[in-house]
Design a protein around this ligand. Structure first.
Ligand SMILES: Cc1cc2nc3c(=O)[nH]c(=O)nc-3n(C[C@H](O)[C@H](O)[C@H](O)COP(=O)(O)OP(=O)(O)OC[C@H]3O[C@@H](n4cnc5c(N)ncnc54)[C@H](O)[C@@H]3O)c2cc1C
Length: 502
C-alpha cells in the first residue's frame, strides 16, 4: 500500500511494538503507540528506588549483530545510541555451595573448562560448537528473518535439507547427552533453553545454536542496563515521528468486514487504575505488540479471532518468573555480573514447571549483580541484585506465599553463593505471576509467552497476520521467531515489512 500519511496504531510499547513503530514511521506511516504502563519498554522496563536502578526483565544482551542490524535499518550506528561492554567472565555457575566455575566466551577457554571436568570433552565441545555455528548461520540466513505464511513456506526443499542437518526434529537433551556425560557440562549446554521457556527435553536439537551465542559470540552488557536499549529504541522511534500514548490501555479493536478500523482505549493512572477517560484512534493498520492471547481474547469479538480460548488452553505456556529485586547497602565479593545455580537433579525443577505445576523446591536460580559492571546502578558501596527463579505460569501467588517463597529463595541463594544478603537489604520488591498478568495482561501470568517446543516453532507459532482481519499484524514474543529481545526485534522487522506491503 502507499504508506505516506497512512495511520498505524501499535498496541503495546515493549521492544516488539516500539521497534515495529519506528520502522513503520520510517516507511511513511503516521504511528501512535498505545502503552498501558506509565513507561515504555514492556518487560524491559526499569524500576528505580532510593538510588537503585533495576532492569525489571531482560538482563542478558546476546546476539549483538541483531541490534547492529536493527539500527542500520535507519542508517544509524548502534554505538551512537548506547555503549556495550563484553563481560568476562560471561557468567559464573554454582553447582554446589562450594563448587563453581567461570564460563568465558572464547572457544579455547570453554574447551579447557570442559576438558578439566570430563577428559575428552574439550575436543567434543569443539565439534559441538562448530555444528552450533553452522546451525546459527543457517538460522540467521534462512529461518529467522523469514515470514511463514503456510506450512509449505516451512517445508520448501532448501529448508528441509538445511533443517535435517540442523536436527530440527531431534531433541536438545538427546543431542547433548550423547556427547557429554558429566551433568555439569550438560547443564552449561542446556540452561539457555530456560531463556526460551522450554524444557531441554522438549526443545528441538537445533537450539544447540544457542551455545554458539553464549560460548562463542559472548555475553554483553549495555551500560545503563537493558533498559538503556529500550530507551534507545524509544528515542529512535520518536526521532522518526512516532507518538507514544502512555497510561493508555487498548480495550477493543473495532472492525468492519475483514478490516480493523479503529482501536479504542481507556486512560489509566500510574497505578494502572482506570481514570474514566477514553479515546479512539482510527487506523489503516494495527500492529499488536501486547500479549497475543490477550489481544485475541479481550480486544477482538469472537468472529474476528484467529485463535479461540481452546487454542490457548492447548498451548505449552512458557514459565513465569519469580523475581526479587534486592538493593543492598554493601558489596558482595564472590559474585560475577551473571550468576547461575544448577541443582544436581534439575529435572525436578523442570517437572515443577511443565508437568506438575508447583513452587519448585531447592530451585535453580539466576542472580545478577549488575553493579559489578555498572556501579552507578546502586548508591555508592551498594549492590543491585536481581534474583530469578523460573516457576510455572498460573501458580497462586498471594501475599503470604510470595513473601515466604522470597525468603526461602534468598536464604537458599545465601547458602549456595556463600554470601550474606538479608543483613543489608535497603530495597526489596517481588515481581511474579500476578504482576505479569496485571502489568502486561500476560496469559496465566507467563513471563515469556509460549514455549519453543517443535510444535510451537516457526510456522507453528501463532501467525504474524490475523487470519480474520487483513490489516491486523502481530509483533512480539508470541509469534515467530519467538522469545528474547533479539527475536522480538526480528519479529518487528517482519511485521513492519508486512505492513508496508499490505
Ligand atoms: C524476567 C525476564 C527476564 C528475561 N531475560 C531476558 C534476557 O536476559 N535476554 C533477552 O533477550 N530476553 C529476556 N527476556 C525476554 C524478553 O524480555 C522478552 O521476550 C521481550 O522483552 C518481549 O517483548 P514484547 O515486545 O514481545 O513484549 P512486552 O515487553 O511484554 O511488551 C508488550 C507491551 O504491551 C503492553 N500492553 C499489554 N496489553 C496492552 C493493552 N491492552 N494496551 C496497551 N498496551 C498493552 C504491555 O504493558 C507491554 O509494555 C526476559 C523476560 C523476562 C520477563
Amino acid at each position: 500500500m502507499e504508506t505516506k500519511g497512512k495511520r498505524a496504531v501499535v498496541i503495546g510499547g515493549g521492544f516488539g511494538g516500539m521497534a515495529a513503530a519506528a520502522l513503520m514511521a520510517r516507511d511513511g506511516f503516521s504511528v501512535t503507540v498505545l502503552e498501558r504502563n506509565d513507561r515504555a519498554g514492556g518487560r524491559a522496563r526499569v524500576w528505580e528506588k532510593d538510588g537503585f536502578t533495576f532492569d525489571m526483565g531482560p538482563s542478558w544482551y546476546l546476539m549483538p549483530e541483531v541490534f547492529e542490524r536493527y539500527f542500520s535499518l535507519f542508517g544509524e550506528k548502534r554505538e551512537d545510541w548506547y555503549k556495550l561492554v563484553r563481560l568476562d567472565p560471561s557468567y559464573r555457575v554454582f553447582f554446589k555451595p562450594d563448587e563453581k566455575v567461570d564460563v568465558r566466551s572464547e572457544p579455547e577457554a570453554a574447551q579447557a573448562l570442559f576438558e578439566g571436568i570430563e577428559p575428552g570433552a574439550g575436543a567434543r565441545l569443539r565439534e559441538y560448537l562448530d555444528a552450533a555455528a553452522f546451525k546459527y548461520d543457517v538460522a540467521m540466513r534462512e529461518f529467522l528473518y523469514r515470514e511463514y505464511r503456510s506450512v509449505f513456506d516451512f517445508l520448501n526443499r532448501r529448508l528441509i535439507v538445511d533443517g535435517l542437518r540442523m536436527k530440527v526434529l531431534g531433541n536438545l537433551d538427546a543431542e547433548v547427552s550423547r556427547r557429554f556425560k558429566d551433568r555439569r557440562l550438560r547443564q552449561i549446554l542446556e540452561y539457555e533453553m530456560v531463556f526460551l521457556g522450554t524444557d531441554p527435553k522438549a526443545a528441538p536439537g537445533m537450539y544447540s545454536l544457542l551455545s554458539h551465542v553464549d560460548l562463542t559470540q559472548g555475553v554483553f552488557y549495555p551500560l545503563g542496563g537493558l533498559t538503556a536499549v529500550a530507551d534507545a529504541v524509544k528515542r529512535l522511534a520518536e526521532s522518526r515521528g512516532v507518538r507514544f500514548e502512555l497510561c493508555a490501555e487498548a480495550d477493543s479493536i473495532r472492525s468492519e468486514g475483514r478490516r480493523a478500523k479503529a482501536v479504542s482505549f481507556r486512560r489509566l493512572d500510574a497505578e494502572g487504575r482506570p481514570t474514566g477517560e477514553r479515546g479512539e484512534l482510527e487506523a489503516d493498520v494495527v500492529v499488536a505488540g501486547a500479549d497475543y492471547a490477550h489481544v485475541e481474547t479481550s480486544l477482538l469479538d469472537a468472529s474476528s479471532r484467529t485463535y479461540g480460548e481452546k487454542y490457548w488452553a492447548s498451548r505449552v505456556v512458557a514459565p513465569s518468573m519469580f523475581v526479587v529485586y534486592l538493593g543492598l547497602s554493601k558489596r558482595l565479593e564472590g559474585l560475577a555480573h551473571h550468576n547461575l545455580y544448577f541443582q544436581e537433579d534439575w529435572g525436578r525443577h523442570f517437572d515443577a514447571i511443565f508437568k506438575k505445576p508447583a513452587w519448585p523446591e531447592d530451585p535453580c536460580f539466576y542472580l545478577s549483580a549488575i553493579t559489578k559492571s555498572d556501579p552507578g546502578m546502586a548508591p555508592a558501596g551498594g549492590e543491585n541484585l536481581f534474583l530469578l527463579v523460573p516457576a510455572a505460569a498460573g501458580l497462586e501467588d498471594d501475599d503470604g506465599t510470595r513473601e515466604r517463597y522470597a525468603d526461602m529463595a534468598i536464604r537458599h541463594a545465601e547458602r549456595t553463593l556463600g554470601e550474606k544478603m538479608l543483613d543489608s537489604v535497603k530495597v526489596k520488591r517481588i515481581f511474579s505471576q500476578r504482576d505479569f498478568a496485571r502489568d502486561y495482561n500476560a496469559y496465566k501470568g507467563t513471563a515469556l509467552g509460549l514455549s519453543h517446543t517443535l510444535g510451537q516453532t516457526a510456522v507453528f507459532r501463532p501467525s504474524m497476520r490475523s487470519r480474520k482481519l487483513s490489516n491486523l499484524l502481530y509483533a512480539g514474543q508470541y509469534t515467530h521467531p519467538g522469545i528474547g529481545v533479539p527475536m522480538v526485534l526480528m519479529a518487528a522487522e517482519l511485521a513492519a515489512k508486512a505492513a508496508s506491503e499490505l
